[in-house]
Every structure is written in structure tokens, then in C-alpha cells.
Design a protein around this ligand. Structure first.
Ligand code: SF4
Length: 470
């Protein structure tokens, strides 16, 4: 079911749904990254993605055709399994709860782009609950009521009350796109009151679902999910436990509450010991000034061996680093205009073949718009279609400027002359309000360290090296 506020968004979402439906009958892998018809941040994606929460597992009518299960079966039969970091960490987290196994045991674990692992591990070793999960639960209760328990009107009422409480909670959390300290937020009487209303509504849902147990698989699963949500809410509302960063974020219609461990070193180390075998971590950006300590200490690794190999590139004769002077301060008014004026001749002279990597989405959009007005060359903007398609288009055009952020800073390899100039809008320091960064800064301070030297500078060095490496 697709949420919508206007007929226009609804029509747009429906047309995207039709495209995904057509693609789903042709795809062999089920990997949405291969579906060119929708953008990588399309709002349709969460509505068509199965999660741990709502997967019906063996009761699912599509169980035999399920792409996830097919991939899992193939993985169990394989000698070599290639997965991304998120899936690997999700697997560790699932095993911690004793739920199941996605990835088979192995003798050797090799992580490329390993510099990303500490941040990704922090997400999976922490806990989160989002209003989207609550709204999805309410939708499934409504579907269960309409299709299998028409006589239980309380189901509908309980679901509606919970959905409303989640929306009210979203409103009371304020501005969209905000990340804040949850410990401070829950101390506010209005937020505390809405949280209590949400918890009451959830308890009512659990009571009603209990009465429906055994009537429908969907409602039985909803009962389990509601209990899981309750457990998570209790966990994130108990802000007295030390060693974690408590934070929340908001999008236009949703909010999420998170707890992130200040350090994952102990847990990750424990997993490495438990799984055994050889663990190899590689990346062009693991060391800062030939020191791997920044990386190994975050994961609690005690390496048997560590070394840097020289770059295969001849930087002195193949590369040039230019640092313009007299730029306005970062985030000051008029920065985008000035950058566009200053760099248009450079990009034209270079005949496109250029990445402009930004440190924020707003800067990316502003620059993209302005370059489209001034440049005679094609300008591509991240997010207008899938990442793979954007990249393919960039290569095919051969004279384009790609304005991008986040996902294009790393993990992209454009060979040959199609990309010969990388521009950045400023040094890539992580925004100081980033909760993961805040958690690490807190941890560093607790250990008597200097967060700027030991956390922020090494992080910026690694991101900068990644950006340059495109
Ligand atoms: S079993 Fe069904 S609900 Fe679960 S992931 Fe597969 S298709 Fe989706």
C-alpha cells in the first residue's frame, strides 16, 4: 500500500510501482540496484522492500520464488560468497539474537573498502526503531482485519490509534531532516507525554492482537512485531545506560530513535574470536601517515601482520592538486555562485570529464542547478536515476560533469580519461552533529584523547583520499 498526500505523488508512485512490477517479472536477481526505471532514493523503495519485521518466511505465498531465499541457498552451496558490508553486519547482528543465518561459515573473510566497517558495525551493534516500522505494522493490522478478521473491529481501531500516536510523535519532534540528542529530547515534557501515548497505544494493539492469535499468519506476525517494537522502544527510552549515544532523526513524515554503542571494538573483537579463521582487511585508505592504529583500534583488532603497498599510479607526473585562494567561508552565502563562476572555465577547458563531489545534498542540488544554467556541457546530478545508470551515462557521454555527494565519494572506479578532474566543495569533515561522530568523540574524550586529532582529522583524511581516488 502506498502512502500519499496528493494525487500527484500518488500517480507518480503508482507509475513507479508499475515499472518495478514489469522489471520484477524479468529480473533474475531481484536486486533493485539493477532497476534503472527508479531513482536510488525513490519513495517507492521502502514500500516494496521486505524487512526482517514483515517477512512472512515460510508462510509467504512467494516463498519458493523469493529472491532472498534463492540467494541464501546459492550462498550455502558456494565456495566463495561475495556480499556487501551491510549484509555481513546484518548477519552478525541476526546471529546475536539467535534468529537465523544468512551467510555460511567460512575459513577466510576478506573485506575490501574496509575503512567503512567501523561505522557500519556501529549501526548494526546498536538498535533503532522508526515510525515507518510502526506505520507498516498498523497497515498490516488493517489488512489482517479486512481480509481475515472482519469481526474484530477493535483491530482497526487499535491500529488507527497507534498510527495517529506515531504521527503525533513525529510532529512534536519538530523540523524535518533534524538529528538530535534523544536523552535531551525525552526530558522535555511534551515529548515525554507523546512517547507515553505512543507506548499506551502500542500496548493496546498488543492486547487486541493477542485476542486474534491463531486466526491469521499476518496478524500472528504482527503480534510478534508489536512486541519487538515495544522492546525496542523500552530500550531506547531507558536513557540511563552508559556507553551508548542516544539520538533521533526526522524525515518529512517519519522519525527514528537510535542507540549507538560508543565503541564497537569489544563486540567486533569478540565476533572475530568466535568465528575464527583468517580476517583480511584491505582498502586504499586504512592508514593515516602509514599508521593503521586509527582503524584497528576502532574494531578492537590485534593484527598479526599489517603493511601498505605503494600506489600503482605515478602521482607526481599524472596528477595535479589545485587549491584556490580567497574562497568564501564554507556554508556562507554565495559560495555556490562563486564556485560556479570560478570553475565553469576549468570544466569547459577540461571538456567535462569531471566529478564535483559535495559534502552536503543542499550544496549538490544548488551547484547542479547553477551549472546547468551556465555550462554548455551535459550536467548529471546524483539521485535523478540509479547510481549505476548515472555512472553508465557519465561514461557514455564522455564530456559530462557529474555533481554528486555521499555515494560517489568512494567505491566508484572510472577508468581511462572519461574522468580526469575531481573537484570538492570543501574538506570532507563529517558534520559535527552527526550522531555516530558525536558518539566517537564522546568515547575518545572518556579515554582522555583529543577527538579532533584522533577522530575528526583521520576521518577527513580518509574521505579526502577516497574522493581523490576516483
Ligand atoms: S519470504 Fe516472502 S516476504 Fe519474505 S522476503 Fe521473501 S518474498 Fe518477501
Amino acid at each position: 500500500m502506498v502512502e500519499s498526500h496528493t494525487t500527484e505523488t500518488q500517480t507518480d508512485l503508482l507509475s513507479q510501482l508499475v515499472k518495478v512490477r514489469t522489471w520484477s517479472s524479468e529480473t533474475k536477481s531481484g536486486d533493485l540496484g539493477e532497476c534503472d526505471a527508479i531513482a536510488e532514493d525513490s519513495p517507492i523503495i521502502p514500500t516494496i522492500t521486505s524487512t526482517n519485521d514483515n517477512c512472512l518466511s515460510k508462510e509467504c505465498p512467494s516463498y519458493e520464488d523469493c529472491f532472498v531465499l534463492k540467494a541464501r541457498r546459492r550462498a550455502l552451496d558456494s565456495d566463495v560468497v561475495v556480499v556487501n558490508h551491510h549484509l555481513f553486519m546484518a548477519d552478525l547482528a541476526i546471529k546475536e539474537t539467535g534468529f537465523g543465518e544468512l551467510i555460511p561459515e567460512a575459513d577466510v573473510f576478506i573485506f575490501d573498502e574496509a575503512h567503512q566497517i567501523p561505522d557500519i558495525a556501529s549501526q548494526y551493534f546498536g538498535q533503532s526503531i522508526s515510525s515507518r516500522q510502526i506505520q507498516d505494522l498498523c497497515k498490516d493490522i488493517e489488512i489482517g482485519y479486512r481480509t481475515e478478521a472482519r469481526d474484530m473491529r477493535q483491530l482497526q481501531k487499535a491500529g488507527e490509534r497507534l498510527s495517529q500516536a506515531a504521527m503525533d510523535m513525529r510532529i512534536v519532534l519538530g523540523d524535518t531532516g533534524f538529528r538530535g540528542n534523544w536523552r535531551d529530547a525525552i526530558a522535555s515534557p511534551s515529548i515525554k507525554r507523546e512517547m507515553e501515548r505512543l507506548t499506551d497505544a502500542l500496548e493496546f494493539v498488543i492486547d487486541v492482537l493477542k485476542l486474534a492469535l491463531g486466526r491469521s499468519q499476518l496478524l500472528d506476525t504482527a503480534f510478534e512485531r508489536a512486541n519487538l517494537v515495544k522492546g525496542r522502544i523500552e530500550r531506547v527510552c531507558d536513557v540511563t545506560i552508559t556507553g551508548y549515544s542516544y539520538w533521533y532523526d526526522t524525515s518529512p513524515r517519519h522519525f527514528s530513535l537510535h542507540i549507538t554503542p560508543l565503541t564497537v571494538a569489544d563486540k567486533f573483537h569478540e565476533q572475530v574470536e568466535m568465528k575464527g579463521g583468517a580476517w583480511i582487511f584491505t582498502s586504499a585508505t586504512l592508514a593515516v601517515s602509514d599508521d593503521f592504529g586509527h582503524f584497528t583500534s576502532r574494531l578492537g583488532l590485534v593484527p598479526k601482520q599489517q603493511f601498505s603497498l605503494p600506489s600503482p599510479f605515478d602521482y607526481p607526473s599524472q596528477a595535479r592538486l589545485c587549491v584556490p585562494r580567497y574562497l568564501p567561508e564554507p556554508n556562507s552565502n554565495g559560495l555556490a555562485d562563486k564556485l560556479v563562476r570560478m570553475l565553469t572555465p576549468v570544466i569547459e577547458q577540461n571538456q567535462g570529464r569531471c566529478f564535483f563531489l559535495c559534502t552536503s545534498h543542499s550544496m549538490m542540488r544548488e551547484l547542479g542547478e547553477k551549472f546547468r544554467e551556465t555550462l554548455s556541457l551535459p550536467v548529471l546530478l546524483q539521485g535523478e536515476t540509479s547510481k549505476q545508470k548515472t555512472l553508465a551515462e557519465f561514461m557514455e557521454l564522455g564530456n559530462a560533469l557529474l555533481v554528486a555527494t555521499g555515494a560517489f565519494w568512494e567505491g566508484i572506479d572510472v577508468r581511462g580519461d572519461t574522468l580526469s578532474c575531481v573537484i570538492i566543495d570543501k574538506l570532507p569533515f563529517t558534520a559535527p552533529d552527526d550522531p555516530l561522530l558525536k558518539a566517537r568523540i564522546e568515547d575518545c574524550k572518556l579515554q582522555g584523547g583529543d577527538p579532533f586529532q584522533q577522530v575528526q582529522i583521520p576521518d577527513a583524511v580518509i574521505t579526502l583520499k577516497q574522493g581523490v581516488g576516483r
